[in-house]
Design a protein around this ligand. Structure first.
Ligand code: NAP
Length: 341
């Protein structure tokens, strides 16, 4: 039985990946912060099927112990401060978690388990203000926020360790991927939540935004720049790509994305339309929410992933958004029922 260690198992991707690898017959070890594991999290339902090793990836000793204890065939390094917007106010911490922790992991593997394969979670945010229409494995990076800068550092160190020490490290340069498990502070989930509130006639939502205001206030959802466009895919498709990347004989980097671009306006339209509402009556652009420096409008060229891995996405943008809206309706109905009882 193959053994896999997942850092960031409590997050969106980590929990889907754990489910996927369990289906493939893997024994799973997850590195998680103790306080996070004992809170409800996206991997809570797997508690009896996985072994949790407590630790913080910013602590080299925790990473080294996890590698020694799990003796993994494969490591999926997903732990991250994963909010680019928030990385402005947590720049040094973001570098620790998204940059230096990766190098600590590479070091731990180099010394204690050089035969282990590592998947490293890179990000399309590294392309930043790109000058190309589509981005592939050869597109230069031009990060424009602390999150992306830290990811670029880790990505380059992954390549350097791979080339210099002949360790199997493969990075997935993943474009945005969303799901029912995206936390509420992410843009796509906010839109799904806004559409769910509109469907249920909720004018002031029970959940609040970063400014402590209801996410939907007086029937309106505040967003930033509605013109930004992204390549948004479905997270369970993307964890399958992570696994495929590590099944290759030789380590290599892959761009993973749908190859289709949608604006935030498109996202709003699809989400509100799925519940029969007009998004333009429910959403407005608030200048306060525009990022200081927006990345460019990036879209993946996933040709290499298709050709080498045979990977193609299985869930469309419209289907994904519909699933997210339905999940939020379900959640809000549950909250309402609890409040009434
Ligand atoms: P996520 O849901 O935010 O999960 C992040 C995970 O990292 C959580 O389990 C979190 O644990 C853990 N973590 C954070 N700081 C940690 C620390 N100091 N020590 C140990 N664990 C820590 O992120 P995701 O969406 O699943 O993304 C997975 C990876 O892919 C990340 O590296 C992300 O940057 C990258 N990525 C994501 C996307 C996307 O669109 N989702 C796109 C490109 C790249 P807690 O529960 O303790 O906070």
């Amino acid at each position: 039985m193959k053994r896999a260690l997942i850092t960031g198992i409590t997050g969106q991707d980590g929990s889907y990946l754990a489910e996927f690898l369990l289906q493939q017959g893997y024994e799973i070890f997850g590195l998680a912060r103790q306080e996070s594991w004992y809170r409800p999290n996206f991997a809570s339902h797997l508690a009896s099927k996985v072994t949790i090793l407590f630790g913080d990836v910013t602590e080299g000793v925790d990473i080294a112990s996890a590698v020694q204890d799990a003796k993994p065939d494969e490591i999926y390094n997903l732990a991250s401060q994963s909010r680019p917007g928030e990385s402005w106010s947590r720049a040094a911490e973001t570098l620790q978690v998204n940059g230096l922790a990766a190098v600590r992991l590479f070091e731990a593997v180099r010394h204690a388990s050089p035969g282990t394969k590592i998947y490293h979670a890179s990000s399309s945010e590294m392309f930043g203000q790109t000058t190309t229409d589509v981005q592939d494995e050869l597109t230069p990076f031009n990060p424009v926020n602390p999150y992306a800068a830290a990811k670029t550092y880790a990505h380059q160190m992954a390549r350097i360790y791979r080339d210099s020490y002949k360790i199997y490290i493969a990075s997935g340069i993943l474009f945005n991927h969303e799901s029912e498990r995206r936390p509420l502070h992410f843009l796509t989930q906010k839109v799904a939540y806004g559409a769910a509130c509109a469907a249920l006639g909720i004018r002031n939502s029970p959940d609040r935004n970063e400014r402590g205001r209801p996410i939907v206030e007086d029937g309106k959802l505040a967003l930033g720049n509605l013109q930004v466009s992204r390549d948004w895919g479905y997270a369970p498709d993307f964890v399958r790509a992570m696994w495929l990347i590590l099944q290759q004989d030789q380590p290599a980097d892959f761009v993973i994305g749908t190859g289709k671009s949608h604006t935030l306006r498109d996202l709003c339209e699809v989400a509100y339309q799925s519940v029969g509402r007009d998004w333009e009556k429910c959403v407005f652009s608030d200048p306060v929410l525009v990022r200081p420096l927006e990345p460019g409008n990036t879209v993946a060229n996933p040709s290499k992933a298709k050709k080498v891995l045979g990977w193609v996405p299985s869930v469309s943008f419209e289907e994904m958004v519909g699933r997210m809206v339905r999940a939020q309706i379900h959640r809000l109905q549950h909250v309402q029922t609890e409040a009434e009882s």
